[in-house]
Design a binder for this molecule. Structure first.
Ligand SMILES: NC(=O)C1=CN([C@@H]2O[C@H](COP(=O)(O)OP(=O)(O)OC[C@H]3O[C@@H](n4cnc5c(N)ncnc54)[C@H](OP(=O)(O)O)[C@@H]3O)[C@@H](O)[C@H]2O)C=CC1
Ligand SMILES: O=C(O)[C@@H]1CCC=N1
Length: 268
């Protein structure tokens, strides 16, 4: 299967790396188009993928076209693709706030469109991707798309209207987690821990805590309670976090992200 990427920045290249390292597809079947020739040359050199010179050339040679440019560039790309997309080609968008109907309006309602919201851990095969299919995608094609998305992590089918909230709790989430981890390491450094050691310790502990939630089936509040000894160390930290409105701030951050996604889609 030939897969083409229009835009190979942070997210497009994360997916390419995931697809190649999981061996879902060979490098000779990956075509890329990006205006930034440095990014293209680096990917060609490092991974052996093919560079093409236009959206048209990419459309002629691919079974799946991944739209991985910034949302405001999508209309330009769709205009250049218009009239060049074959009947059975699947258009897969990863852009925040770009709806299926926006793509159908330019390329045609008969086109096969898949809307997704991935995240950057795709490049280490630990991504989490939401997906919504348009009416033209057949079940056999859904299976192929799930295999593709699962090759670099996990995926979940959701209603298109939930894509905004999904962006708030997954597409954008790695950034907030990294901020939390950076702040934890800063705290460690303040208390005398060498920074590199602090990052390693924090990363393994965050990964372990996430694994516990996934594998034990316990409520996160219960898992927290299991760590808090009476009059112990942890409850002191919990008190400080609660005084700083930690959970309230996180809820507001997710809501702000969700609202921005709606605004980008012209839904508010
Ligand atoms: N970053 C993330 O964590 C996530 C991003 N997304 C979505 O992924 C999309 C891409 O985001 P991200 O990878 O961060 O963005 P980047 O800016 O890192 O990558 C986009 C790439 O597209 C290039 N480009 C610009 N215009 C064109 C064009 N007309 N044709 C071809 N290539 C072009 C850019 O070049 P130049 O830099 O020269 O402009 C850049 O290399 C967005 O729509 C975003 O919503 C979704 C989930 C997570
Ligand atoms: O910040 C953004 O708009 C993109 C979408 C999800 C993650 N990054």
């Amino acid at each position: 299967m030939k897969i083409g990427f229009i835009g190979t920045g942070n997210m497009g290249s994360s997916i390419i790396k995931g697809i190649l390292s999981s061996k879902f597809e060979k490098s000779e079947n990956i075509n890329i188009f990006d205006l930034d020739k440095e990014k293209v040359n680096n990917l060609v050199k490092e991974y052996g993928v093919n560079a093409v010179n236009s959206e048209k050339e990419l459309a002629e040679n691919c079974d799946i076209i991944v739209l991985s440019v910034k949302p405001h560039i999508i209309p330009v790309v769709l205009k250049n693709l218009s009239g060049n997309v074959k009947k059975d080609t699947i258009i897969l968008t990863i852009a925040a706030g770009i709806s299926i109907s926006m793509i159908e309006n330019t390329l045609g309602e008969d086109k096969k469109v898949v809307r997704t919201m991935p995240n950057t851990p795709a490049q280490v095969l630990s991504g989490m991707t939401a997906v919504t299919f348009n009416k033209n995608i057949e079940n056999s094609e859904k299976e192929i798309i799930f295999k593709l998305l699962n090759s670099f992590g996990k995926s979940v089918e959701i209603e298109e209207k939930l894509m905004h909230a999904y962006t708030g709790i997954s597409g954008s989430l790695p950034a907030y987690v990294y901020m939390f981890m950076e702040a934890l390491a800063d705290g460690g450094v303040l208390c005398g821990m060498p920074r590199n050691k602090a990052y390693e310790i924090v990363a393994q502990t965050v990964a372990g805590s996430a694994k516990m939630l996934l594998e034990t089936g316990k409520h996160p509040g219960q898992l927290k309670d299991e760590v808090c000894s009476p009059a112990g160390t942890t409850i002191e930290a919990v008190r400080v976090l609660e005084n700083g409105n930690f959970r309230g701030n996180v809820i507001e951050a997710v809501a702000a992200c969700t609202e921005k996604s709606k605004e980008m889609a012209g839904e508010k």
